[in-house]
Design a protein around this ligand. Structure first.
Ligand SMILES: [Zn+2]
Length: 292
């Protein structure tokens, strides 16, 4: 939960440039947005409109109400209002926010929701979900989601209880938001590499110690990504400067071991990175380091 935090310096960005069409944002991006939106609006009465017209009734319900707190749960963003209404946003593949100070510009494109206060404005375009929820509906949403490594209230035992009973490949389990919330393809791919586990390992083959280490690593990687606004997963010994290799050039940003590096040499052992499909997603792994 991100309460009101007053600052004249707006330190948290969205990490997504206008027009960017990368993978679905992972949980760290949503946590950054929650902190950002709390900084812009929490404690203030907001005016809400839907320039595009697809959220007119919802915007009218919010308008004139004080935004209390903002919260991220996995890839879901929640704005909690003083009248117990919650705005729920899931960006999906195409959703994005833009914001600024002072008077908002003329709406450009399909702006689903615009929030303004005396000092700031916020536009939302292209979300998969933009809806109002009652407290029981918020509880139901939380109930559908697994623990989020970025939340202090996360209970990793809930995830392990699912994983250790399942014959499903570990990568698919970790991508299932009802098992772990907020993890997307980059975090899952990279955490499995760092753990030396093959993505196809059946959930039930993951030991207790293996799960404890994997969870701790997800917490560390995702927390770092919240701080930096990009996903970096390589250890110091494998950074470009340490290895004398060129820095990664990729729209998603950070230094990674195997994500979207098919055929390239593994930073640890030099084997060619493998690529394969799992449930319609591309997976990447090192056949040597993750032999299992
Ligand atoms: Zn390797």
């Amino acid at each position: 939960m991100y309460p009101a935090r007053r600052s004249t310096t707006l330190v948290v960005g969205t990490g997504r440039r206008p027009g960017y069409r990368g993978p679905v944002p992972e949980g760290h991006t949503i946590h950054r947005l929650a902190a950002r939106h709390a900084e812009l609006f929490a404690g203030d009465k907001v005016i809400a409109v839907s320039p595009q017209g697809r959220f007119t009734d919802g915007a009218a319900r919010l308008s004139g109400t004080v935004l209390d707190t903002c919260e991220a749960y996995g890839k879901h963003l929640l704005h909690h209002y003083a009248d117990s209404t919650t705005l729920h946003v899931h960006l999906g593949l195409y959703g994005r926010f833009t914001d600024g100070d002072g008077e908002p510009p003329e709406p450009v494109g399909q702006v689903r929701l615009r929030l303004t206060s005396d000092r700031h404005w916020l536009d939302l375009r292209g979300p998969t979900a933009c809806e109002l929820l009652t407290p029981p509906e918020v509880a139901a949403l939380r109930g559908r989601l697994g623990p989020d490594p970025l939340r202090a209230d996360a209970d990793p035992e809930r995830a392990y209880a699912r994983i250790r009973r399942s014959g499903t490949p570990l990568a698919a389990l970790l991508l299932d938001q009802s098992v772990v919330a907020g993890t997307g393809l980059i975090f899952v791919t990279e955490a499995l590499f760092r753990a030396g586990l093959p993505p196809t390992l059946p959930g039930r083959a993951l030991t207790r110690a293996g799960w404890d280490a994997l969870w701790a690593d997800l917490v560390e990687l995702m927390t770092r990504a919240v701080a930096h606004g990009r996903i970096d997963t390589v250890r110091d010994a494998h950074l470009p400067e340490a290895m004398g290799r060129p820095a990664r050039v990729d729209r998603h940003g950070g230094e990674v071991y195997v994500y979207r590096r098919p055929g390239a040499p593994c930073h640890v052992c030099g084997s060619a990175v493998s690529r394969g499909g799992l449930a319609g997603r591309n997976l990447y792994w090192c056949p040597t380091c993750q032999a299992g």
